[in-house]
Design a protein around this ligand. Sequence first.
Ligand code: GLN
Length: 492
Amino acid sequence: MSSELTSLGVSEARAGLAAGDFTSEELTRANLAAIEARRGLNIFITETPEIAIERARQSDARRAGGETIGPMDGVPIAVKDLFCTEDVLTTAASHILDGFTPPYESTISGNLRAAGAVMLGKTNMDEFAMGSANVTSHYGAVKNPWKLADGKDRVPGGSSGGSAAAVAANMASCAIGSDTGGSIRQPASFCGIVGMKPTYGRCSRWGMVAFASSLDQAGPMSKSVADAAIMLGAMAGHDDKDSTSADKPVPDFSAALGQDLKGLRVGIPAEYRMDGMAREIEDLWQQGTQWLKDAGAEPVEVSLKHTKYALPAYYIVAPAEASSNLARYDGVRYGLRVEGEDLTDMYEATRGQGFGAEVRRRVMIGTYVLSAGYYDAYYVKAQKVRTLILGEFQDAFEDVDVLLTPTTPYPAFAIGEKMDDPVQMYLNDVFTVPASLAGLPAISVPGGLSAEGLPLGLHLIAKPWDEQTLFRAAEVLERAAGFDATPPGAVG
Ligand code: GLN
């Protein structure tokens, strides 16, 4: 029974709870047991079993009284350790946030809680969400539950690697992730789950540890497209506490599901056909195009000429914003303090020891591109490129409703690979970063397995605020792909 429970996504969990097949406490305990059984994957930084049981019991009591409070009532979720959680350690996987226990709750985790969700714990991630492999965490690498016969541990992707692995390994019905340049979609692809980045401004950033504020967006990571739609409905909405959160009505995302794609125009951007891209990725992309066509959509070749400049522009804009956001970690206000001879010495010692190598690299790149002598040459130029990329997407969306691309250029790689050259690591995001720069909603859906047997994702990008069309097309891909593989050894 308990292993069947852990494999349930949000929709099935809700149905079972409503039918009285099991209680939230039973479901939650099954997930907690799964987390405990597979601690070796290093998926959680902090487990919160007491909170989980307490909230599950509250949900059961509500239900027994004939009342539920929202669409997530009684559903166990994992929370990326980037989201501040009241009285629960929040580290962003950084040493510099040692012992930081916020007295407040992020809007996103708070919205889910208000919708009845039961928090199981805080998931591991790349430090400050900087990375694509979950290897920069102060708490060590996360292991992808997907393994091959070679026995090598693979990365789960990053930066939301713990959240993706928790869902794939059947430790939670769904998880919260965040995406700055691909951190929801790329790990979703590597772990064989659904990961969705909403339109910038759809979800509040309040209480989310900031990386690059003009790019950061929270989003759902789930076992199905239908689950992502439910979860986003509970997360999204205007928030006075975040000036970039949009004052837009939140549509019923689930209403977009279960349709065909008659009349939908799907753009296939030629520039995403990268040199050296694995044949199997290209094949999957073509297969995806055919699946959409079979459902009534019309594929259209489109050109997005500036795509190749997206990654370099991102790796200027994101570090620039990060260097500014991370200035607040000074040994005075949060977490770690390493004493020094004087104030400056204390700052240097705290930041030198508190930040890991990748974070230090980004702070240095960021301060460099923002410095007086280089601001125009790098930062301003990158912002201009960003505007061109946005304009190009807008032009493409005059003609098409969604774009289809692969999520990643390759499947999950072994832990330790791509570590010598940061640029190799940055290339993970080549297909996800353009939508981030343009603030567009995008989703990764499992499309199939690589020749070796690792998950591969298909990626859809839609117009701003048109998450409905994104979900509608994604669900068609999901149905056609019929991806129901679970990682060997997943609990359930
Ligand atoms: N991998 C990208 C980076 O390292 C994106 C990370 C993210 O989306 N948070 O910046």
